[in-house]
Design a binder for this molecule. Sequence first.
Ligand code: NDP
Length: 501
Amino acid sequence: MSTKIEPRGEQRPQRATPWEYAPAPESKDIVSIRDRYGLFIDGEFVPAKSGKYFETINPSNEDVLAEVAEAGPEDVGLAVTAAGKAFEKSWGDLPGKERAKYLYRIARALQERSREFAVLETIDGGKPIKESRDVDLPLAAAHFFYYAGWADKLEYAFPDRVARPLGVAGQVIPWNFPLLMAAWKLAPALATGNTSVLKPAETTPLTALLLAEVFQEVDLPPGVVNVLTGAGGTGAALVEHPGVSKIAFTGSTDVGKRIRRAVAGTGKHLTLELGGKAANIVFEDAPIDQAIEGIVNGIYFNQGHVCCAGSRLLVQESVFEPILEKLKERLQTLRVGDPLDKNTDVGAINSKQQLEKIEELVESGIEEGAEIYQPECHLPERGFWFRPTLFTGVSQSHRIAREEIFGPVLSILTFRTPEEALEKANNTPYGLSAGVWTEKGSRILWMTERLRAGVVWANTFNRFDPSSPFGGYKESGFGREGGLHGLEPYLELVDRNGGRR
Ligand code: NDP
């Protein structure tokens, strides 16, 4: 299915490259997908007690890839019991240096099988192979390497305190970075001595299931990680299970609020990494060509399915015209299409449901009076597609300036002074990330001190590193993932003289 919204906008520049790229498809042969997957509980793939299965499809052509088990409450109970037993019997008391060995093995296996994982991620989720190959896989392996390094150094990480694991972590992850989010959740949990029940998103379960095969390959003790595929109901049952001590969730703000209500009063530890509507702020003294690349990377990377995407571009009025012109020119060069083609920049939208959400918000932008621009590009007949899009004439009250679109859609606003930029940037219920482009270090510092965002990038965007904490303010959630800070949500820290923190 292709989007109903045809390319629109005036003053379309000529295509910047007068030639076409030859197709460069990555082979699918390296991946073998089973017809049907069970649940991964206590170290084994087992049929679902629920008896239910659902299909996972390739969003770039709507082909059915496999049937996947849908875990019901009984399955959740079995997985939590297995994780609890593993915590008591094998993992919780294992010395840190022994836990580290397993994490190193997982990291190395991910590197060895990285092409297989990257192809599978792209087939199941629609993201371009060059992103799954060059971003998702290296970062996922890096997270396991990084937290392996901390596993036997917790007493140095938290001097004068005893660090104790919490028990079973229920970890619910989204579909935009399926393997990477699994790594963000599992690596710190395992390094600190917790066990896990992981719930991948309904539309992207396959790399988490392949990761479960890696756990078997590296002889991870049974029950240390359990993978329960399913939809929202499975996630809700996991969150509510009394045997879970900690919930770590990444996803929408709405579901985050529901989870917070479900957990209130239970004593369960909770971290939420939710939505965003980041401001990417370009001052007139910015290096313009680099800023254009940062803007494009900020919003069109992974089809804009990025919680920290730079979806609101704030441009200083004096450079608005040249930036807009260069941006339109750059959009013409983005190659949209087959995610397995190594030249593709923008792949398929993850699901029909997400495409409909993007279309609805884009229509609202047009109705509210903003001006749309989309480059000409051929979209495949089958699958879910949306052209890279930008809006000018956007005002703060427009839905496209306030709501998370989670698609390749940029809303451009202008400002005159740093104070105005700051006020507009902070005028959002979210607070996950922001970008500042200027050649003045003092201005970067002035802005970063005042921006209410968990991460602020200066003269770059969408940079991730396992040693750097990531997380939000306000409706973007709380708790940090990555770095030393990412260990804390999985630990009870007790003062050596008895007090808890
Ligand atoms: P959700 O928040 O619904 O999904 C995230 C995860 O939570 C999935 O594994 C989902 O399962 C699960 N889940 C759904 N309902 C519950 C529940 N009641 N209790 C526990 N777990 C639950 O995101 P959507 O896929 O619906 O996306 C909607 C919007 O959320 C997007 O358009 C985007 O704006 C935003 N989003 C933000 C993300 C971020 O990283 N901040 C990531 C993904 C989405 P399942 O998908 O299997 O139903």
